[in-house]
Design a protein around this ligand. Structure first.
Ligand SMILES: [Zn+2]
Ligand SMILES: [Zn+2]
Length: 313
C-alpha cells in the first residue's frame, strides 16, 4: 500500500533517480483549457501525464499540458520519449504543435495511437491539425525524429523492461486506455470513457486491476450526469462515484480523479475530493504539478508543485 494521505506524506522526490517510477501531471482538465483565477490550484491545462519508468520516459496525451512539459524537458536534452495518445479529440492533441522538443534535432519521439474509425493513422491526424489555415507550421517542420506506431486494440508493447497494454474505452472519439507495467508497478491511464449503467466495464477493470495508480475520467458528479433536462448520458465521460466503484473492484492502491470539467473550479474540486475520500480513502484530485514516486521495494512518496494545499483532506 502507498499508505499516504494527500497532505501528510508530502516528501521531496528526485525525478532524476532511475530506479523508480514517477507519475507527473502536466494537464488535468478535460474538454478545453480553462486558465483563470478560479482554476489556479488544480490547473487549467488539458491532459498530459508524464511517467518515468526506470530509464524510459512515457507521455500520455498531448493536451495543452505537453507544452509546459516541453519547456521542462529543455533542461534535459537530448530527449527520448514514448508518447501514447488515447484519441485525438482536441483536448488531447492541441498542445502537440507547441511541444518545443519535437522541433529540435537530436530528440527522438516514438508516437503511438490507434487508427480512427475512418482509417486515419495517428500520424495523419496529428499532421492534419497543423495544416494551413488552422495552423501556420506543418508537422513536417518538426526537426526531432518522430517515429509513428499504429497500435491495434489489445496490442501489447514491450519497451525494454516496460510493458504497455491497451483496451478500447466507451467514448465517441474511440478512446483507448493504457496500462503501463514496470518492475511490478502499474499505472493505469483511463480517460475519456463512459461507464455502463448496469455493470462495470470489463475493459476498464482489466486496465485497472491492482494498479498502484489509476488515473480515471471523473468529468462529472452523479448529479450532473443524471441532471434532468441536462443529462450527460452518452457524452463519453464518467463520474467520481464510478471511479470509486472501479477502484474498489480492481483493488487499486491510489485513485486519481482526472479530466476535470472546465466548470469545476478549485472550490468545487476541493469538495469533490472530500466526498470521494469518504468512499475511497486513497483518492486524490489530479492537479498540475502533482508528482508521485514509487519504488519497486514498496517505498512511495507524493509531492505537490507548490505549497498550496490540495484542500481535500
Ligand atoms: Zn478529453
Ligand atoms: Zn474525448
Amino acid at each position: 500500500m502507498i499508505g499516504l494521505t494527500a497532505t501528510d506524506s508530502i516528501r521531496a522526490t528526485n525525478p532524476l533517480m532511475q530506479e523508480q517510477l514517477t507519475v507527473r501531471f502536466w494537464g488535468v482538465r478535460g474538454s478545453i483549457a480553462c486558465p483563470g483565477p478560479h482554476t489556479v490550484r488544480y490547473g487549467g491545462n488539458t491532459p498530459c501525464v508524464e511517467v518515468q519508468a526506470g530509464n524510459q520516459k512515457f507521455i500520455f496525451d498531448g493536451g495543452t499540458g505537453i507544452r509546459v512539459l516541453g519547456q521542462e524537458l529543455l533542461q534535459h536534452l537530448p530527449v527520448e520519449a514514448h508518447v501514447f495518445f488515447s484519441h485525438t479529440h482536441w483536448d488531447h492533441i492541441q498542445g502537440f504543435p507547441f511541444f518545443v522538443p519535437a522541433f529540435m534535432p537530436g530528440n527522438l519521439f516514438h508516437i503511438y495511437g490507434t487508427r480512427a474509425s475512418d482509417g486515419k493513422t495517428i500520424e495523419k491526424r496529428l499532421t492534419d491539425q497543423m495544416l494551413h489555415p488552422n495552423f501556420p507550421v506543418p508537422l513536417q517542420i518538426m526537426g526531432g525524429s518522430l517515429n509513428f506506431h499504429d497500435l491495434e486494440i489489445g496490442q501489447v508493447v514491450h519497451i525494454d523492461d516496460v510493458t504497455v497494454r491497451n483496451t478500447m474505452l466507451n467514448h465517441p472519439g474511440s478512446s483507448i486506455g493504457y496500462r503501463l507495467e514496470w518492475q511490478g508497478l502499474t499505472v493505469s491511464y483511463v480517460t475519456d470513457t463512459e461507464h455502463f449503467p448496469d455493470a462495470l466495464d470489463p475493459n476498464v477493470l482489466t486496465l485497472a486491476q491492482q494498479a498502484n495508480v489509476l488515473i480515471y475520467d471523473a468529468t462529472y458528479t452523479n448529479d450532473e450526469y443524471h441532471e434532468a433536462g441536462n443529462s450527460k448520458i452518452g457524452w463519453g465521460h464518467s463520474t467520481w462515484q464510478e471511479a470509486v466503484k472501479i477502484a474498489r473492484a480492481a483493488q487499486v492502491e491510489q485513485l486519481i480523479l482526472f479530466h476535470h470539467d472546465p466548470l469545476h473550479d478549485d472550490l468545487f474540486l476541493d469538495d469533490m475530493g472530500r466526498q470521494a475520500c469518504r468512499h475511497f480513502a486513497n483518492t486524490i484530485i489530479a492537479q498540475e504539478g502533482l508528482t508521485m514516486t514509487f519504488a519497486p521495494n514498496g517505498n512511495s512518496s507524493l509531492q505537490y508543485a507548490s505549497a498550496i494545499s490540495p484542500g481535500h483532506e
